[in-house]
Design a protein around this ligand. Structure first.
Ligand SMILES: [Cu+2]
Length: 139
């Protein structure tokens, strides 16, 4: 019971600071509109991949991956109804955090959306993009 309370308290602190950062980013981005990935130019696609590779190289991407694989955030449906309700807002905040990191490298880059109702397959320009990501714990 004491352990559960500790974990619960830790999650509230870490998630509240994460979501507060997201709220700050949202204020900065209110005029932005996501672009369909199919409309991204070859240059935009190249910059996207290059920025991701740069974030992998400096460890930033791995830090975000470590947050995503931490299931104590209960951000997926496997956490039950709470996870289902948290899925979209949690991932929206997560992607804004990623995009902020990307823009520190290249202010013109953005994360496009993928309309899988029109294109069921992984977009061609991302299909072979599977770089190895190192996590902060060295794995
Ligand atoms: Cu997820």
């Amino acid at each position: 019971m004491q352990f559960e309370q500790h974990v619960f308290r830790r999650n509230i602190v870490s998630e509240s600071s994460f979501l507060a950062a997201e709220a700050d980013m949202r204020l900065e981005r209110t005029a932005d509109k996501r672009k369909n990935e199919s409309a991204a130019s070859p240059e935009e696609r190249t910059r996207y991949r290059e920025v991701i590779e740069a974030l992998i190289a400096d460890g930033s991407y791995g830090e975000l991956v470590a947050i995503h694989i931490d299931m104590s955030h209960r951000q997926h449906s496997m956490a039950g109804p709470v996870g289902s309700k948290r899925f979209l807002p949690w991932h929206r905040a997560f992607l804004l955090k990623l995009e902020q990191k990307m823009r520190e490298r290249d202010a013109t880059v953005s994360i496009p959306y993928w309309d899988w109702t029109q294109n069921r397959g992984i977009p061609d320009w991302m299909a072979g993009f599977m770089p190895k990501v190192g996590l902060p714990d060295g794995t």
